[in-house]
Design a protein around this ligand. Structure first.
Ligand SMILES: Cc1cc2nc3c(=O)[nH]c(=O)nc-3n(C[C@H](O)[C@H](O)[C@H](O)COP(=O)(O)OP(=O)(O)OC[C@H]3O[C@@H](n4cnc5c(N)ncnc54)[C@H](O)[C@@H]3O)c2cc1C
Length: 378
């Protein structure tokens, strides 16, 4: 068994990491976190590189990266902040849905401009009464002549407020638990849509919203794909989504650990470097060990997906383990940096906040454990 990247994978790894160091960097990331601004320049530069199309087929203008190349990308773009990674990745999954199920008109209207950096997507599944139990969502859509009429209340829809954003809204078109959902493409300027920003402690650059649909009318052709297939379309990219989250957590955990090592070597108390104290040294050694295992889980799941095999269990394992690894490393980093961990200039408080969210977003760790148990036949 060979655990090394191929030459092509190594080159791709170096390309994206160099991009993140030169074109993004810590100061830019920190500033955008503090001011809650979307990193538009980064988004535009990634569009210019063609990277927004990593999950879109070549015939549709994309790159069709394999899961290992995609994981390498996600690990790199998460290195300074999971929020930066989310700013890029959130749109990519809806782009995949449109490339697979969109009409030629929808592709021309949404997909082609997106690949050029014009427009963004957000995904709206969660509602006040349905989070983990997403299939109990109650927002409705019914056809009235040539228009769909949508009603309901959605929460935690990341990026829905951004200029030029189109929201992929999951709404009920009939009562069946899973086959009753359809997916609609709704520009955020649509009359009848009332979007309000939520004041979350994470996803500060991307931003998260709740919105209300009060007899919101959209044209018949806003439906993506077929009626009753919305739940299945969302599910199609779940493996990629969980893989991407886990990979970006590995990237972020590496930075948090490196920052902790650097700080404890530099900082002196009682005439010695903090890194000389065994208690801190052991915590960093444990973090490094856990991180090595987390990275192997990500790339092992990605390799399985690249072979075309089902990897539901493996991506859930990776997501649980990587999020808890990042949380442990950031938690220990908070302690090792003492009071300085608590000011934004040292970045650790951001890693820590975002690590906590990583155990909830994209399906909580309890739900991931239930999926793993189900895959074990339990
Ligand atoms: C910053 C942020 C951004 C988000 N972005 C989006 C987005 O863009 N689009 C979107 O649709 N959603 C988004 N979400 C919503 C996110 O997916 C949900 O928060 C998540 O799925 C959990 O749902 P909930 O918050 O309602 O918690 P709940 O489902 O109420 O869960 C609360 C607790 O109970 C546990 N629990 C629930 N059911 C079980 C069970 N069967 N067994 C064991 N434990 C259980 C959970 O694991 C959790 O610990 C976002 C959330 C946040 C915070």
């Amino acid at each position: 068994m060979d655990f090394r990247f191929t030459d092509e994978q190594r080159m791709w790894h170096d390309t994206v990491h160099n991009f993140m160091e030169k074109e993004v960097g810590r100061e830019y990331t920190r500033k955008h976190d503090e001011s809650r601004e979307f990193p538009e320049e980064v988004f535009q530069k990634m569009a210019a590189q063609g990277w927004l199309g990593l999950l879109v087929d070549e015939e549709q203008g994309g790159v069709a990266a394999d899961p290992v190349m995609f994981a390498i990308f996600c690990e790199a773009i998460g290195k300074f902040s999971l929020d930066t990674a989310a700013c890029i990745m959130t749109s990519m999954f809806t782009a995949t849905n449109i490339s697979r199920h969109g009409t030629p008109e929808q592709k021309a209207r949404y997909l082609e401009p997106f690949l050029r950096g014009v427009g963004k997507f957000s995904i709206s599944i969660s509602e006040p009464g349905s989070g983990s139990d997403a299939a109990s969502a109650r927002s409705t859509a019914h056809l009235d002549g040539n228009e769909w009429v949508l009603n309901g209340n959605k929460v935690f829809c990341s990026g829905a407020h951004l200029p030029g954003a189109t929201i992929a809204i999951l709404a009920r078109t009939s009562a069946e638990r899973y086959d009753g959902f359809s997916l609609f493409l709704v520009p955020n300027t649509t009359p009848g849509l009332d979007i309000r920003k939520m004041n979350t402690i994470v996803r500060k650059s991307l931003g998260t919203t709740e919105f209300f649909m009060d007899n919101m009318r959209i044209p018949k052709d806003a439906l993506l794909g077929e009626v009753g297939k919305g739940w299945h379309y969302i599910g199609e990219h779940l493996e990629f989504e969980r893989l991407s989250i886990a990979a970006s957590q590995v990237g972020n955990a590496q930075t948090a650990l490196d920052d902790t090592i650097r700080y404890t070597k530099d900082r002196k108390q009682f005439g010695r470097s903090l890194s000389d104290f065994q208690v801190l040294k052991h915590r960093m050694a444990e973090g490094a060990t856990q991180l090595e295992a987390a990275r192997l889980l990500v790339y092992s799941a990605a390799c399985k997906m690249a072979r075309g095999e089902r990897a539901i269990r493996e991506v859930s394992m990776a997501k649980v383990f990587c999020s808890e690894t990042l949380f442990k490393i950031a938690f220990d980093g908070m302690q090792a940096l003492g009071g300085y961990a608590q000011v934004p200039e040292y970045d650790m408080e951001r890693y820590f906040r975002e690590a906590k969210h990583g155990m909830v977003g994209g399906g909580t760790n309890e739900i991931q454990r239930s999926i793993i148990a189900k895959e074990l036949g339990l």
